[in-house]
Each structure stands twice: as C-alpha cells, then as structure tokens.
Design a protein around this ligand. Sequence first.
Ligand SMILES: [Zn+2]
Length: 1049
Amino acid sequence: MPSQVLKPRFRKVQTFQTNYAPAVITQYESERSGMQVVVADRKGPKINGYFTLATEIFDDSGAPHTLEHLVFMGSKNYRYKGLLDKLAGRAYSNTNAWTAVDHTAYTLETAGWDGFAQILPVYLEHVIVPNITDDACVTEVHHVDGEGNDAGVVYSEMQALQYSSSELMDLRARRLLYPENIGFRYETGGMMEALRVLTPERIRAFHKAMYQPRNLVIVIVGEADHENLLQILDEFEESIKDIISPLDDDFKRPFVDSPQPPPLKETTVETVEFPEEDESTGEILVAFFGPDCNDQVQITAMGILITYLCGSSVSVIENIMVEREELASSVSGWWDARPNSVIWFQPAGVETEKLAFVEQRFISLLKEVASKPLDMAYMTECIQRDRRQVKFQAEGSEGFYSNNIITDYLFGKRDGSTLAELQCLKEYDVLEAWGDKEWRAFLTKWLSDAHHVSILGKPSMKLATSLKEAEEARIARRKEALGEDGLQELKVRLEIAKNNNEKPIPPGILDQWPVPDTSSIHFIESATARSGKARILGASVNSAQKVIDAAPQGLPLFIQFEDVPTNFVHLTIHIGTSETPAKYKPLLPLFADNFYNTPVVRDGKQMEFEDVVKQLEKDTISYQINGAGRVGDYEGMTIQFQVEPDKYSTMISWLRTLMFDTVFDPVRIKAAIVKALADIPEAKRDGRSMAQEIDTGIHMRPESNLVARRTLVKAVYLRRLKKLLEKEPETVISWFDDLRRSLFTFQNLRVLVTADVAKLANPVAAWDALTSAPHMDPTKDILPITKPYAMLNDEGNAPGSFGSVIIPMTTLDSSYSVSTATGLKSFADPRLPAYLVALGYLEAVEGPLWNAVRGNGLAYGVSFTREVDGGFIQYRVYRSPDASKAIEASRATVSRLASGKDPLDRHLVEGAVSGIVLAAADEQATMAAAAQQNFLLGVIRGLEPDWNRKILARVREVTDDEIRAAMTEIVLPVFEPGKSNVVVTCAPIMEESMVKALSEMGYKTQVQPLSHFYDDYGLKADEDEGNDDEDEDDDSEEESDGSDEDMED
Ligand SMILES: [Zn+2]
C-alpha cells in the first residue's frame, strides 16, 4: 500500500514557546481536510484532549446538545453503545463532552500518551461518523413512555433546567441582544417543546453540516508524541476520505462568516418571572456589548475593569452596593468571548420590590465612577494581580490553554496570527501605561454611556403553580388522545429501542486493543529536602538538600521542601489539633472563616479587615485556610499561600501577624456566626449528608473534627454561641484566644514549601520571623499526626451492635443510606492491592453494581469509601426509591462474585487496574500536586517515597482469588447484620416499609427524628432560653415525632 510511505499530510503552521510559563504551542493543519491540530506541550502524567467543533444553529431544537449524547452510542465500524467508554476504561482514560452556544467539545483525559493514542482514532470515528439510529434518539433524546410522560436523557436534563431563574433570564437577555439571524440568540441545549418534535433526520442533517474535519480542532494539552499523532490523524482521514468535502466546496465558517449583531439602538429593561415559592428576593442581569475578543489589549482591559468594579469586597461597586448600601448580597461580573463580546453584571439577592431601583442604582453608579478620577493605585494593583494569576494558571491548569485555544479557533484568524499572541503577555505592558483618561474613556464607551439590556428576575409563586397545572393538563390531554392502545404502542416502541441499543459487546472485540503500556506515563519528579525537626524523617542526597544544608539554619521548625521548576512558591502550613480541647472543636469552622477577615495589629497599629484583605491581595496570588483533608489528614488544618518567590519572607511575616497579632472582634465573629447559621436550613434538607453525619456520630469520638464540624452540632451550638456572644462577649473571645493558643505552637506546625529551591532567598532561617514569636518553644518535640482509626469510638471499632436507624425527613422524596463495617487500618495491609482492585471492579461504569442497582432503577448511584487507614468501610446509596432494595441487590451481587458463582470479567479487572493508575496520575497532575503527594506520603502517612510506584506494580499482579478474598473478608461484612450498621434518611411515607425491610434483613431497627442526633458539645442553654425557639426552622415532624419507635419483630 503506497500510503504507508507517504508523509502525513499535515502542514506545521507554527510552533512557539510561551514566555510566561513552561509550554510549547504547535499548530498544524491538514492539507486534505482542513482539520486543525493545536498541541500545548507541557510536562506531566496527564494528556488532555478537547475535540472541538464550531456549532451554529438558528433554532431551539437542541440538535447540538443531542449529538453530545448520541456520539457515544456507536460509530460506523463500532456499532455498540458503551464500547468507547469500556475501551477508555482500560486505557487509563476518561471521556466527557459539553455543549456551549457556539461549540461542542468532546474530551479525552488519559494518563500517558500510549493510552491516548489508542483511544484517539476510535473516538474521532465516533465524532465524525457516528451511527445515529432512530432507536438511539428515542432513549437519548426524547420519548413518551407507556404512562404518557415525556422522558429521554436530553429531555430530562433540559426539564431540570428550563425554568430555573438563571436560564430564563439569560435566554430572555439573549433574545433582546440578538436578532433571529444570529446563532447566539438560541438555546443550543434544546427547549422542551422543540425537543418533543425534533426528528432524527434533523439531527443527522445538523451533524452533516457541522461535523466536518474542516470545522474541527483537535486541542491537546500534555506530553504529545507529534509524529505518532500526525500519523494517527492521517490514517483516520484516510478511513473517512469518501465523506470529506473538497476544500474548495462552499463552506461558511460558523459565526465568523455569518451576519454580525447590530449595535443596540436603545436600552431595554424587562421583568422576567421565574417559578419560586419564596418571593422575597430576586436577581438582576445586565448585559452590554463589548470589544472584539481577538483584540487582546481591549479584552484584557475589560477583564481588569470588571475586577476593578466588582472583583472583591473592597472594589467600588461591590463595596457600595453590598457592604454599604446593602442593596444586594453580591455583584458579580464576567464576559463572553465573541467577535462582539458580551459583558455581564449580576446583582444577586435583591429584595423583590427593590429590583427596578437597584438596577437604576447600578447604572447610576457606573456613571458616577466614570465621572470622577479613578483610584489609579488600585487599578494598577488589579492589573498586576491579573497578570500574576494568568501566569499562575498557565503553569498549573490545562484549562488555561484549552480555553484560549478553543476561543481562538472559534473566532480568531485561521492562519495562526491571532493564536501567536498567546506567546507573551505584552497587553499588560500596554495597559500599565494607560492613565486615568484612557481608563475612563474605555469605561464610558463600553459601559456607562452604552445602551444595555437589563433583566429583572422576579420570583413568582403563581407562576410555579400555573406551570405545574399546565404541565399536568398537557399530559392528561395527551393520555386521553392516545388512549390505552396508543400508550401500549409507545411502551412497546420504547422496549424495542432499549433492546436494540443494549446489544452486548462480544468479548473478542475489546481484545483487538491490548491494554496500553504504562511506560509513557511520565510522573513529575519532585525532589524532597528537609530541615529542622523534619530531618527526623531522614534526608535524601540530592541538590535541593545541598542547597538547604548550605543555607543558614535558624530555629529547628519542621520544614519539608519540594524542589520543582515552578515560577511560584506554594506554602502549606499543616496544623495539628490534638492539643485542642474537644469543647473548642466546634469553634474551628468559625475560627477559619474569621482568620483572614479580622483586624490585626501591625507595627503597633490596628489595621481594619478591609485593609488586611487589600494588602493580602497585593502580596499573594491566593490564600486559603481549610481542613487538612487534601493532604490526607482529616483531623488537622492547613493554611496555604501561593506567592511569587520574592514574597517568600513577606508571607512568613504575614503568617506571624495572622497567627499571633489578630484581634478577635465580636462584630466580625457575629458576622461569621450569622453567615454559618444561614447555611444550616439548606444543609439539614440534604438527605445524603445527614445520613453521613449521623453515621459519623455513631462511629467516631467527639474529639474528631469530623464529628465536631457537623451541621447536627452547628444547629444547636451556633445559636447558643450567638446568644452568649451578645451577653458575655469576653467569654467567647477568651475561648477563641484559648483555641488559638492550642493551635499555633512550635510542636504543632509542619511546613511544606514547594518551590524552585535554589531561587529562594534564605529558605530556612527566614522562618525565624515566625518561630521567634513568644508562644513558640523550639525545644518541644513535634507532635505525632493523629491516625484516622484512633478517632473511632467503641462502636466504630466493632460495628454491628447499633444496628440500623431510619430518619424520616419531610424534605425528601427518595432515600439515602450509609452502611459501615470494619475496614483496613494500615497502608501496609497485604490485602490492600486486591481491595483496591475489588472496589474498582464493583464500581465500574456499566459494571456489576451499576447494572444491579442503577440499571434496575433502584438508585441513582452507589459507592464505597476509599479510606485505607480509617479502620472502616462504608457503602452509600444515593437517591433511591427504596434504599433497602438497593442494599439487598448490592449484597446479592457482591456475594455471587465473592463466592465465584459469577465469574470475574477480565476486561473489568483490567479496567479496575487502569482506573487506579489514572487516579494516581490525577493526584500528581501538576508540579504543586506532585509535591503535595510527597508530603502526604512521607509526612502525614509515614510511607516510603516510592510507595505509589510499588502499589501500582502490585495491583497489576492481583489474582482473581485475591480479589474474591478481598470481597469476602472486607467488602461483604458491610452488608451483614451484626457486623455492620445502617443509617437511612428517607421520605416519611417510606418509614414503615423501610423498618420492615431492614428488620427482615436481620438488623435491629429504630426510627428517630433528625434532632435526636443534635450535639451541643456541652454548651448548655441558659435558663431564660425556655421560650426562645431553639429549632425555629426545624421541620415539624421532628418536633412531633420525637418518640423512639422500636422495630416490628
Ligand atoms: Zn446533556
């Protein structure tokens, strides 16, 4: 065959290195099909592909969105639903897709090039030559079921969306911005009434028009093998050459060759109602046309102007409208990239009767700002901060490249000249030279003097009712028109479609593709160096350790350095809580919320919280305080900063200020309590998290942060704390002082510095600025990290005697459950590799539990927990018409596999191993993540540095017998009465049958109201609380139904 020697027919358009982040961008174009390929090469184990088509349509049929689903139903040569996903599952890959108003993107994320290369041609065939059958359209798009109801995957998705306030307001705004000949006007997801009449022919025609190689860009971010890539694409084009339209054929580029929207001739303000029972607050959406997204200077200026106006609590619009005039709970701003971009502002949480007034106030404020000199010092900070954040994103997130490349493909010049502007950030230099005059002219032109479209979103109870009634009447009319026979016909039609779609994949087909090699997965190397108390963990021989050893040493703080070639410094300070008394643990979330938002004393002077925020914004890229779960410790906390290297010592001095020189202010603490209280009603309506919280309380000690931070604690604790704060502020403040003293001690701190270590000035001794604080005692030994299983209580150490509990909740119309049994306690457990493979096997997409539970409509989802050293295993059922049936079906499935009655499917075992590899790559996808993994393994878990490598090797060697043993010994007990406990939250109507089912399984049962599990951590109500309604927002059934109901026999 002559084609074997031909060079791929792809022309390299350009290649360049970005000068602000380590990436090389290369653009190719196919000379025979016009397909474009843009690769952003950057180091790491993950390859991310975005196969993107520009999709323009002039109706609300939703054809673009339906393809996003239909493409996965099979292709010309592979006519099996699920084949692509099964194949991807064994090749360290995941697939997904999205539909926007102007494009559809299909994603492929893979660990290593070899897996990516294997899936790529099969995936592209699905995209360009899908097998769109009428049967697929029935199940995936829309159908009427045997009861006369509308259903279908896309239809149900849009049903959940179409009457939401954001959708109604956004769509109305676009109808006012764009005339009928502009694609941006339409709902590409599909309006329900249009989806009901959409035909397969229309979908196929849309596919034919838009899904052409010359309208497709293959965007790849990661380490790509270019030669191999072009070879694969060339062969793919060869396979479809009969359907590629000649390049000299008439083809109009979507959006670019189409008519452009005319400018707005006038300002329009319209009210749009949305269905909502609570009519107290609404929202506002304001839209302006903005500059061309291809003009880097103008569009970057717009982004910075939006930040200047409403980027944070200290920016002018947000500060006046939210903080001072209290007209809205927030004002956000963003823009959509288009040839005529759209600038959006959204004041949210606006009192309904003030909607019109607040809209006018917003516009008058814009004019006010434009009429006076701007705060140019703050504007300069906004420019610099934006530039820092862009550089940071370019280094850490593949989304930076994919977003910019996709936008350029949609609207930029196809010769590559606009893409080339990604090379540098010179637009920021231009903007730094802009003065007050330029900025105000810009603001006046695009915003304050421009026509705009405003939508006042008004909640309406009446609309909620009438929509519901109209829908019921429509279904009733249809049922009548169809009659029994008509309905029966539809039922049969649906069954046929389902059967045709679910044709099983013959096992031999998957074997055509061998499981790819893992040698192409290049994990990021991060070299570890240690100083101070961290040296007890041992020190490596490497250049980073030499740099650290040669530096002045200072006090012996526990510091682990991770050396990677990053342009930034990522600081993580891990704080143990083992010396914090249990009674203060419920204060931790408030303490964290207050941490960066409170006055401080610096250089003897008090700084207000706004100034603290402003200064922190100036000195950092970002800053956070959280639980330490992300470094593998649920009992600790972390403070994190991302800064440029020259701010290293500035950050250390900030840490000292924030740890020791903050002023606890009753006003700020009260604000934090009020915010936290506002979240409680919604949290208490959530059946899934309430089941989990109750389970945690049953199995863990109150000293655990997981127990103390629950909503079930906050529900009583915070209200009492708020009262106490009003009566005795000094008592509450003294608690916060005690809490702070228990946290910020020398023996409690472990520091992770991720940086290009050689670039750090004074890396070790700089920390003396923190450790020389009066409370720090460097002679103390570091406290051990709390092992998760140490937090189990007696029941947690041997689950089974509690039995089951059913909690009826009026807010639910389905059920949720958590079952808990004893699990692994150590990463050294020899059963670990088999256990991980067993869980991956059971949970696989289209795997045994998926089919037994989801496939039979018993629950929307089920899952196991993955905690390896927690000493427990959990099984969760999510959104189920009857959780007890889902549990029973799961038990039967696992039991058949564990006993060998059902054989293990080899492809699913391969898929389970592949999933573990992909998860490992995910955890180490960036330099900062790889460094954090080293800290998690070595410092938190005390494992050897190559632990990940070893476990990945061992999971490959797991035998079927070992998998069955892990299922029998570790997994099955979670379904066994006497060895497991079950918590169920459910709709009240399910109570009786749930009690019956669980007791028939052999569990002790009890029924309890949610309030039974409240815990006040010893903060008692004072004597005059009596008449104050403790639980004013509680569901009534919790008050009336408080008696313990015992099981039926
Ligand atoms: Zn969808």
